[in-house]
Design a protein around this ligand. Structure first.
Ligand code: HEC
Length: 128
């Protein structure tokens, strides 16, 4: 009996977390639109992700494929794949996505990304 309860709870939490993961990106895109962004572009998001600023790029740590395990350029620490198709935990936590977009845009571009840029990146990344 206990086991059945356990399984039911497990299935229930899985269904909540998958429903939630789609919502997080949708919510962020809505926020970016409120901040003035217009239609988001997967192509622009990908181009931005692959672009190089001096010797820095999103690919510096996340590698040329978002499906690969990455490596922090400075600390050498392993970074799990960014693509939600191989790492279901990605883009499921709003606070985390915001925090890292802020930090990583600053590191790569020496400035914050605009609402448009962040939306383009997430629109591309969520489909990977
Ligand atoms: C200096 C290394 C480094 C660079 C360069 C970098 N990242 Fe990251 N990124 C990280 C680390 C470390 C984490 C958090 C660790 C983890 O989640 O595995 C992370 C996490 C993220 C996340 C959170 C994803 C989630 O939901 O878990 C996003 C989004 C992200 N990065 C986007 C970018 C973008 C966009 C760029 C380029 C502008 C970029 N990163 C460049 C190191 C980097």
């Amino acid at each position: 009996m206990k086991r059945i309860y356990g399984t039911a709870i497990l299935l229930f939490s899985i269904s909540i977390s998958t429903a939630y993961s789609a919502d997080v990106v949708d919510e962020l895109l809505q926020e970016y639109k409120t901040a003035g962004a217009v239609d988001f572009s997967e192509d622009k998001g990908e181009a931005l992700w692959m672009s190089k600023e001096k010797d820095r790029s999103c690919t510096s740590c996340h590698t040329n494929s978002v499906k690969n395990v990455g490596k922090h350029q400075k600390t050498g620490k392993e970074i799990k794949p960014m693509a939600p198709s191989v790492n279901a935990e990605r883009l499921t936590e709003k606070k985390k996505v915001k925090k890292w977009l802020l930090r990583n845009c600053k590191w790569v571009f020496k400035r914050e990304c605009t609402a448009q840029e962040k939306g383009d990146i997430l629109t591309w990344l969520r489909k990977q």
